[in-house]
Ligand binder design. Structure first.
Ligand code: DX5
Ligand code: ZN
Length: 222
């Protein structure tokens, strides 16, 4: 299991310290929720803030773009230091082109689906993505309740991935807690995003251990 804490619930007044604390606690990924106030009813941060934080962090920057027409900013986000760029299928008119462009720029391409979006939209692009993000809440805010039908969606996606020999990871985002971690992994998730259920419970090392225990895994990092 990979745990990718969502900075949406972190202390925005001290992002550098938050990133350092995550790294010290043994985390390897961090999830950036980029919101434009149009695709979702909330606004967060953009490339300059990510670029500023990149300088002092060795974490894998998992960047979730909740923005309209993301093609306009792909280059900016890659230059800012995104390791993975995840675009919403609903926000891309030419999804294949967008994913190819992310690869060309040197980042890992990923695609996110809102809760109501059918998996069929992935049929032809699955072989070219490194990760699929299943939104298990409607995007825009932290602290929402997990939508139960997401579990079935993860199971179906897992079987689609196996059928086409894709190497795509399945990421689940929204309402993830230690209580549903075991189920999510059993149904096929590889990467769990957690915002409120992670940052509200410092110290982060202990919180990571709680998630790992829920996953039935031991924390191996010293
Ligand atoms: C929601 C974001 C999530 C969010 C998750 O729009 O994409 O990453 O931060 O927050 P929690 O874990 O609190 O549901
Ligand atoms: Zn997210």
């Amino acid at each position: 299991m990979i745990l990718s804490p969502s900075l949406l619930s972190s202390d925005f007044s001290n992002l550098a310290r938050e990133l350092r604390d995550l790294e010290d606690a043994g985390l390897s990924w961090v999830h950036w929720d980029v919101m434009d106030g149009s695709f979702v009813p909330n606004i967060t941060f953009g490339p300059p803030i990510i670029a500023g934080c990149r300088k002092n962090s060795g974490l894998f920057f998992d960047v979730h773009l909740m923005i309209e027409a993301p093609d306009r900013y792909l280059e900016d986000f890659v230059h800012a230091g995104a390791d993975l760029l995840c675009v919403h299928a609903e926000a891309c008119r030419h999804l294949e082109r967008t994913l190819s462009e992310i690869s060309r720029l040197g980042a890992k391409p990923a695609v996110a689906l809102n809760p109501h979006t059918p998996l069929q939209v992935l049929e032809y692009v699955l072989p070219q993505v490194e990760m699929v993000l299943i939104m298990s809440v409607n995007p825009g805010f932290g602290g929402q309740t997990f939508i139960p039908f997401s579990l079935e969606k993860i199971r179906r996606l897992k079987s689609m991935i196996n059928q086409c020999n894709s190497r795509a990871l399945i990421q689940v985002d929204g309402g993830v807690t230690p209580d549903n971690t075991r189920d999510l992994l059993e149904w096929g998730a590889d990467v769990l995003v957690s915002g409120s259920a992670f940052f509200a419970h410092p110290p982060y090392r202990q919180r990571l251990e709680t998630f790992m225990q829920a996953a039935g895994e031991q924390l191996k990092i010293p």
